[in-house]
Design a protein around this ligand. Structure first.
Ligand SMILES: [Zn+2]
Length: 317
């Protein structure tokens, strides 16, 4: 009843997994990126599963990243399907939404040199900006149950990688569709995200992510169906691996502050000396999320020096 469709993407990460739940109303999780190749692959795969596009009645998006949801608008309009997406992701589909521009104040605060900000901003995304259809968008908040004839999906709001990231739990078969929240071989980046009600402040993305892992840890999950790569048979093991990854990373970030105070960009350069291109943004995001966490738990302290935040180990000079 679950068809896994690995739709190709132009990104290094490789295909994005789209999932067809073949129980009425037919539901598709993450249709994949807006490319001719992706579209053809999806149509062919659905046909292989004996389903015409017009039969899809519901599209659910785990988050707004373009590799997962670029085809949502086309598919919804072709099929007349409704698109379910978390309310916090909806503004990110706006025509004037500029992902990096919204984050520039945080990057400057992180000590990222303007020439690097310019460089990262000028890297062109090979995929077009995703759009939602004009009609038929259903905003979810988490907690909703999406019923089908033979099963149901519970919406779980699990932010950290994106503020409105959702996972879907199919209770009858104990299947978890994890989007980018839990992947087999990579740990998703806790990304910089402004607080919607107060855009000058950042969300505590790592704290949110770790809280989400604690929720998953207690759930009965038979199989995890991730947004990229192979399925995960042991959810608890994957959760504890992710928890350990961030615990180790917190120690690494803290050890960098042992001898001198640093801003996020400087710490990032020590931890990832080889990093380049768009990865610089991801590296800054990752280190900043860990620094925020360390400050909150009291292991590090932060000082604002002329608009740039410097960190040191608590107790060190
Ligand atoms: Zn992804």
């Amino acid at each position: 009843m679950i068809c896994k469709i690995p739709v190709p993407t132009p990104y290094d990460i490789g295909p994005v997994n789209s999932y067809l739940l073949k129980s009425r109303p037919y539901t598709l999780i993450d249709p994949g990126p807006e490319t001719a190749e992706g579209r053809e692959y999806l149509i062919r795969s659905l046909a292989g599963a004996g389903v015409r596009i017009e039969e899809i009645e519901r599209i659910v998006l785990t988050h707004s990243h373009t590799d997962h949801c670029g085809l949502a608008r086309w598919m919804a309009e072709t099929a007349g399907a409704k698109v379910y997406v978390h309310e916090r992701e909806i503004p990110k589909f706006g025509r004037d939404y500029d992902y990096l521009k919204e984050r520039i104040p945080f990057l400057l605060e992180a000590g990222m040199p303007p020439k690097w900000i310019e460089k990262v901003s000028s890297i062109k995304n090979p995929l077009p900006r995703p759009e939602l259809p004009e009609d038929g968008v259903v905003a979810v908040q988490g907690g909703e149950i999406l019923d089908m004839e033979e099963c149901s999906l519970q919406v779980l709001h699990l932010p950290g990688h994106s503020s409105g990231h959702i996972c879907l739990y199919e209770r009858e078969g104990q299947n978890l569709f994890s989007g980018d929240f839990l992947l087999k071989h990579i740990s998703p980046n806790p990304l910089i995200e402004p607080v919607p009600e107060n855009p000058r402040c950042r969300l505590e993305s790592l704290r949110q992510y770790l809280d989400g892992l604690s929720i998953l840890e207690k759930m009965a999950v038979r199989v995890v169906w991730p947004g990229h790569g192979e399925n995960i048979d042991d959810c608890r093991e994957a959760v504890s691996k992710a928890q350990k990854h961030h615990k180790d990373r917190l120690e690494v970030v803290l050890s960098v502050l042992d001898n001198k105070s640093m801003n996020t960009f400087q710490a990032m350069q020590v931890i990832y000396p080889q990093i380049k291109d768009f990865e610089v943004y991801l590296g800054v995001s990752e280190v900043l999320a860990h620094l925020d966490y360390l400050c909150k738990e009291g292991s590090a302290v932060c000082e604002n020096r002329e608009g740039v935040l410097y960190y040191r180990r608590n107790g060190a000079n």
